[in-house]
Design a protein around this ligand. Structure first.
Ligand code: HEC
Ligand code: HEC
Length: 328
């Protein structure tokens, strides 16, 4: 039987396979979106360095990922040598600290970003570092795994990014080689879709406008990312749920849900500015036996003024019940 339905189906499947192969091949050629690293040299002054140190440690939390952590203390503070990287995530491990999701799609390392030439970023240009931080492309033009929150740091102003890089350069070199990142197919291909060039100037927000500046900080400090439920399609925060919490995280000892930061009664509705600031003053080392996802140890270094700006911004948002939108 020449025209049996089975043969027909097989032929159709073959065609689909060929088409899939061609589209993957096309994607592979045109992706990822890469811009040349910008060419500039950062002029580091004491003010720039102070800003960079503050952003790196207390606001952006780079050491939270790029250092080993003390899991026995509240907020699991990063341990020296700061920035030297930490043990890699492998496919048989649960994605610690990530929102709900299966095992790990390969080997991903929290890289050594000290100024070591061979195993750190000592030889990278300022432009290459800026591209890595905000655009997610490494020195060899590879798309970086989006645990590195470059898609959030894309909002970081040019001035702040340069300050971070100026400070990064002062991390003493640590010889700590780590394995290459190795992401399994097809996740690797999907990842290469994520990086986006930042072509325009990213202006610094007017720090005198408390609410605007608070919005900026709540974005780059990743408050929005962790406290907003994700869209199931692209895993990015779904603005309908913005800041209303309820995101599930896997911790070392079970699951944690991020809290509601909107001025709803189930969120920060009854929390005063002073109480809000005090939440951030719990010092690393005040062990409670409970290990959090939220990087308190880093945020505890934020100034009252900056926490106040975040608070003011959060209080200006529409109140929403935890993890959701108001029932209509
Ligand atoms: C939530 C965790 C996380 C945070 C926070 C984070 N990183 Fe990363 N970073 C990573 C991971 C994971 C990689 C490796 C990605 C890969 O290999 O695909 C990485 C890679 C990098 C690289 C590329 C290094 C290399 O050798 O390829 C640089 C540079 C970098 N990060 C700088 C920073 C800076 C600066 C900050 C703070 C502004 C920061 N990171 C914050 C997780 C993080
Ligand atoms: C990596 C994810 C993550 C980031 C980043 C993050 N949070 Fe959280 N946050 C959580 C989780 C999860 C909880 C629930 C308690 C816990 O596990 O720490 C929480 C709890 C809180 C609480 C409640 C604390 C209490 O004791 O009632 C406040 C307030 C808060 N976060 C504010 C913020 C602000 C402001 C920022 C940005 C500066 C921020 N969070 C960034 C995940 C995060």
């Amino acid at each position: 039987m020449n025209n049996s339905p089975i043969k027909y189906v097989l032929r159709l499947l073959g065609l689909v396979a060929v088409m899939l192969f061609i589209s993957f091949a096309v994607l592979k050629i045109i992706l990822p979106q890469i811009a040349e690293p910008k060419v500039f040299k950062i002029v580091s002054t004491p003010d720039v360095m102070e800003r960079g140190e503050y952003l790196f440690n207390s606001v952006l939390g780079c050491p939270v990922c790029h250092s080993e952590r003390d899991w026995s203390a509240i907020g699991a503070p990063p341990m020296p040598p700061i920035g030297a990287g930490r043990s890699c995530r492998e496919s048989d491990q649960s994605p610690l600290g990530l929102a709900e999701g299966g095992g790990f799609p390969g080997t991903i390392c929290f890289r050594n970003i000290t100024s070591d030439d061979a195993t750190g970023v000592g030889e990278w240009t300022d432009g290459e570092l800026m591209r890595a931080i905000r655009e997610g492309i490494d020195r060899d033009d590879n798309a970086m795994f989006p645990i590195m929150p470059y898609f959030i740091y894309a909002a970081l102003s040019d001035a702040d990014t340069k300050a971070v890089i100026a400070y990064l350069r002062t991390l003493p070199p640590v010889d700590h080689p780590l394995p290459e990142t190795d992401i399994n197919f097809p996740v690797g291909l999907a990842i290469s879709l994520i990086p986006m060039p930042v072509r325009d100037v990213v202006n610094h927000p007017d720090q005198a406008d408390g609410i605007k500046y608070g919005e900026y900080l709540a974005k780059v400090a990743r408050c929005q990312f962790c406290h907003t439920r994700r869209n199931s399609r692209n895993r990015l925060p779904d603005m309908a749920y913005e800041f209303s919490g309820g995101v599930k995280f896997q911790g070392r000892e079970g699951y944690f849900y991020s809290t509601n930061l909107t001025p709803h009664e189930t969120g920060l509705g009854d929390v005063s500015l002073e109480e809000f600031i005090q939440l951030f003053r719990r010092k690393p080392g005040q062990a409670t036996g409970e290990i959090d996802i939220m990087p308190w140890a880093n945020f505890s270094g934020m100034t009252d003024a900056d926490l106040g700006a975040i608070y003011g911004y959060l209080q200006s948002l529409p109140p929403k019940p935890t993890g959701g939108i108001e029932e209509l």
